[in-house]
Ligand binder design. Structure first.
Ligand code: AMP
Length: 599
């Protein structure tokens, strides 16, 4: 029975495990480490995840769900092909796929996982992640913050590298691995987390965290798509959901291409008309100044919370797909006044870290001396009667942000009204003085004997555990009556029958075989290209469909794999050409108009 680490990303997910003294990423049967975090229901009612679902998304976005990690811990409901899904159920479907893949790779049952979440995930989001694991049939005792996982990877490699050197030179320098102050900048598909990490010897200590759960690559895709419309006199608001998805998809493709080329041409066809726009990193700054401003503010807050200045940071570690954007790297270089370059394999840093943590959970000998500590990303408190006349009360902070985890704080509160019968305990997360400007994460009441104001009271204890989940305990001073509540708002309170029913449904879902999923993805792409092309190119696509179907009829796995590779290459070439020709066509159209004018 294995414990694995899972990086459950907004856009992509990965898994890793500790084996033979090393962290090892877990590939699927085709050798891919990355699984797109997308779920689709195909026309036959099959549940698809990963690459097959990603291709389906282009054809029929109404049958697909992506970016659902952004809505973990909320009441959001996705409607797809007659099914209703909550974000944690969609995540469970991705987790189940990962679990099954890992079991096949490892040849043993996977019963437990360490799962990474954005450091800035709140109580509900963390709880929803645990619930998703439970629905997928995985025990998740430990949640780890993504930047902490990335820091763990880097530190572990430094320590490991040092020991190897020592072994080679047969010396022992008693863990003199340099002291470092890391800033982990994790910009993913939907979230930004900035963590300050103090590394000394084998201790990885997170000292401050700041972030935004709604700032990531998808916001840049949208900014590009909206600016594309503005430049081409298209009304973004008037576009259909499918058109918006297609434009954002194109925006994302161009944004990603900017990490390998200076200028990219974004094209789009609508009602027989071709639209285009040149995109550069400089232009991206002007499209999304607000996003860059928010990034800067979050960095400055994390650094100042750690009691540091930008100059004190010895290394900036770039994590998450969106940190590949040259615009982001240039922006950070300017802010820090020195060159900030991409980390090696930024997509894998978090996954490797959770894999290492899974090894620590399995009590692997090689990892026994590594210590990692984390902090609470936001302040937690209760509403108390304020001195303001509006009666809305004020915040009384119980646990301040950046307290080391786990932590426990107890405070005593007295009654404020004459003969009140109960004390309401309303819990908030956030930094504002005004409770209503913070996020309410739960409430309950404790009965107290009737008495004049100030005579009765309750002790309230907040316990914030290493997974970042809060338990609130209250006890009456005079009667000893007590109540303990795990703070989760309404969404998580599923009855145990409902939970079992959902678990059973997810367990019963049979994914298509890897080859069938590949077939689906390839055929969906081929059908899309068939619809988008004409003449000889369309015939070529048709031939590829026939060739691929023929390979399937042979029932030989080797033939199917070979044909799949060949057909995919051909289709990708057609896709590229198509995008280029849309642009060429637009130039032709312009030329044609000009010639007409000349006449
Ligand atoms: P993650 O959540 O860490 O998997 O990051 C996914 C995000 O990274 C998506 O918004 C991608 O568009 C973005 N991304 C991935 N590769 C690149 C790249 N080369 N350039 C810019 N953005 C990228």
């Amino acid at each position: 029975m294995a414990v694995i680490g899972i990086d459950l990303g907004t856009t992509n997910s990965l898994a890793a495990v500790w084996r033979d003294g090393e962290v090892c990423l877990i590939p699927d049967k085709s050798g891919n480490y990355i699984i797109p975090s997308i779920v689709a229901v195909d026309t036959d009612g099959n549940i698809l995840t990963g690459y097959a679902a990603r291709e389906e998304e282009l054809l029929a976005p109404e049958r697909c769900a992506s970016n659902f990690k952004r809505f973990m811990g909320t009441e959001k409901c996705y409607h797809m092909a007659g099914h209703k899904f909550r974000p944690e159920e969609l995540s469970a479907l991705v987790l189940k796929k990962i679990k099954e893949g890992a079991e096949e790779f490892l040849g043993e049952e996977v019963t437990e996982a360490v799962i990474s979440v954005p450091a800035y995930f709140n109580n509900d989001q963390r709880y929803a992640t645990k619930l998703a694991a439970q629905l997928a049939g995985i025990a998740c005792e430990r949640i780890i913050n993504e930047p902490s996982a990335a820091a763990l990877t880097v530190r572990r490699e430094e320590i490991f590298g040092k020991r190897k050197e020592e072994e080679a030179e047969s010396v022992n320098t008693e863990d003199e691995t340099e002291e470092q102050c890391l800033l982990v900048f994790d910009l993913g598909g939907g979230t930004l987390d900035v963590s300050i990490v103090d590394c000394f010897e084998n201790i990885v200590e997170i000292t401050a965290i700041a972030g935004d759960n709604h700032l990531g690559g998808a916001d840049f895709d949208k900014a590009i798509a909206v600016s594309f419309c503005a430049e081409n006199n298209l009304d973004w608001e008037a576009l259909s959901e499918q058109e918006k998805t297609a434009l954002m998809f194109e925006g994302r493709r161009c944004k990603e291409a900017l990490s390998v080329q200076e200028t990219v041409t974004m094209t789009y066809q609508r009602d027989e008309k071709y639209f285009s726009m040149e995109l550069t990193s400089e232009k991206l700054f002007t499209f999304a100044p607000g996003l860059f401003r928010r990034i800067r503010n979050i960095i400055l807050r994390a650094v100042s919370d750690a009691g540091l200045q930008l100059l004190d940071i010895t290394q900036v570690l770039l994590v998450g797909g969106s940190s590949r954007m040259p615009a982001v790297q240039r922006f950070l270089s300017q802010l820090f006044g020195r060159e900030i370059a991409a980390s090696a394999e930024p997509d894998f840093l978090v996954a490797r870290g959770v894999g290492i943590y899974a090894g620590m959970k399995e009590r692997r000998e090689e990892l026994k001396d590594i210590i990692i500590t984390d902090v609470c990303p936001f302040s937690l408190g209760v509403r108390v009667q304020g001195d303001l006349a509006d009666g809305k009360g004020k915040m009384c902070m119980m646990i301040e942000r950046n307290n080391i985890l786990p932590c426990r704080v107890t405070k005593y509160f007295v009654t404020t009204s004459e003969f009140q019968e109960e004390v309401p305990i309303v819990v908030y997360q956030g930094e504002s003085y005004h409770p209503e400007q913070n996020l309410k994460i739960g409430e309950f009441c404790l009965s107290v004997p009737k008495a004049p104001a100030g005579e009765e009271g309750v002790f309230v204890t907040f316990t914030y555990n290493i997974n970042g989940i809060l338990e609130v305990f209250a006890v009456s001073n005079s009667t000893g009556q007590k109540k303990s509540v795990t703070m989760v708002s309404g969404f998580g309170q599923l009855s145990s029958d409902k939970l079992t029913e959902k678990k059973e449904w997810i367990r019963a879902q049979q994914y298509l075989l890897q080859e069938e999923e590949e077939q689906k993805a390839i055929l969906s792409m081929a059908e899309r290209l068939f619809a988008e092309t004409s003449g000889a190119v369309r015939e070529y696509v048709d031939q590829m469909i026939q060739y691929y179907n023929y390979a399937w009829k042979s029932k030989s796995l080797v033939q199917i794999r070979k044909a799949g590779k060949k057909v995919l290459q051909g289709l990708l070439a057609v896709d590229m050409q198509l995008k280029q020709s849309l642009f060429d066509q637009e130039i032709l159209d312009e030329k044609f108009d000009w010639e007409e004018e000349e006449e």
